[in-house]
Design a protein around this ligand. Structure first.
Ligand code: SF4
Length: 331
């Protein structure tokens, strides 16, 4: 019996190397593991929560996310890949779960409080934004997922899904398994300014960037601030470029030479960045090729999404039938 799992990404733009080294590489490992049945959704209703005033961008962003997913190796023959709004049961289950979710659980949600404080340029005081954990729970529970892969910093997010499942089951019988957390490694991939790589910080190196764009970003990337001159000794442990070396450069001998050159001031940062670029480019080359292949095949992309939605809907409808029966709506 395979373990079913659901994961999603909000279509808010192109994905970056942080996504690739973190969530996406974990998703691909699960996809290649015969013990898992993977559902991967581009969660466009979630994008509506923050982009409702500018919803025309969401469709194009879904396409970018799909291209990035296929480019890095998600395979529609092995995983069910779809857009959330193409499976209306996500919204239907969200409505049902919303009926039993206490308001206090949502108001106490730390991510909600943090986002309301941090995102100043959008009015997020909406019913939809407060209720996003309910929609997230619906996404996961709709596939009766046994496990959900999450990085350590996100494990709290899954707890509310488990609580909602428990509460629903208490009222209406054992409809949902309580999904377990599958803790997955998330390597540190800083952005060009040294902060966490994030589209909202404008510091990301995107999967879709060309070699030239990538080099321009790496070339100007922040390094150990102690190295003002090429001969100043530096400390790789204080350098965001080095964090990226650790993730994408697997040549241990070269890394040892570079680290020693940095510490003794015998190499410049440009040399170190050029070495990193070689590794990133050789890793990205097949990814760029796959992205270009799919980019010119709009019909193939449409087929992938509609076939994925068809497959997802079979499972989703079974769950919704059980939900409606549990509630007592089905005669
Ligand atoms: Fe960073 Fe490399 Fe420069 Fe050292 S030599 S500060 S590790 S970029």
């Amino acid at each position: 019996m395979k373990l079913r799992t659901f994961s999603g990404m909000r279509p808010t733009g192109k994905l970056h190397l942080g996504h690739m080294a973190g969530a996406l590489s974990n998703w691909i490992k699960l996809q290649e593991d015969p013990g898992y049945d993977c559902f991967y959704g581009i969660v466009d209703w979630h994008a509506m929560m923050s982009d409702y005033a500018n919803s025309s961008v969401i469709k194009g962003n879904c396409r970018e996310v799909l291209l990035d997913w296929l480019a890095v190796g998600l395979d529609p023959e092995k995983s069910t890949i779809f857009v959330q709004s193409h499976v209306p049961e996500h919204a239907e289950l969200s409505l049902a779960l919303g009926m039993v979710t206490p308001l206090g659980w949502l108001q106490r949600n730390p991510t909600y409080k943090e986002q309301i404080l941090n995102i100043q340029n959008k009015d997020l005081s909406t019913f939809g934004f407060l209720g996003y954990p309910v929609l997230m729970a619906a996404d996961i529970l709709l596939y009766r997922s046994s496990v959900v892969p999450v990085g350590e910093d996100q494990s709290a997010h899954l707890e509310i899904t488990r609580e909602i499942a428990r509460r629903f089951n208490n009222f209406y019988g054992e409809v949902f398994p309580e999904p377990d957390i599958l803790l997955t490694p998330t390597p540190k991939v800083p952005g060009t300014d040294g902060r966490k790589m994030s589209k909202s910080y404008g510091n990301s190196i995107n999967i879709a960037d060309t070699e030239k764009e990538m080099w321009n970003k790496l070339r100007t990337m922040m390094t150990d601030p102690a190295r003002e001159r090429k001969t100043d000794p530096g400390d790789p442990d204080k350098c965001p470029v080095w964090d990226i070396h650790k993730v994408f450069n697997h040549d241990e001998d070269e890394k040892a030479d570079l680290a020693s050159g940095c510490r003794t001031g015998s190499i410049g940062c440009v040399q170190c960045k050029k070495a990193l670029k070689e590794h990133v480019v050789s890793m990205m080359s097949p990814i760029w090729e796959r992205r270009a292949y799919y980019e010119s095949r709009q019909e193939t992309l449409d087929d992938i999404l509609w076939n994925g939605a068809d497959k997802a809907r079979v499972v989703a409808r079974e769950t919704m039938d059980a939900v409606l029966e549990g509630i007592g709506f089905v005669p």
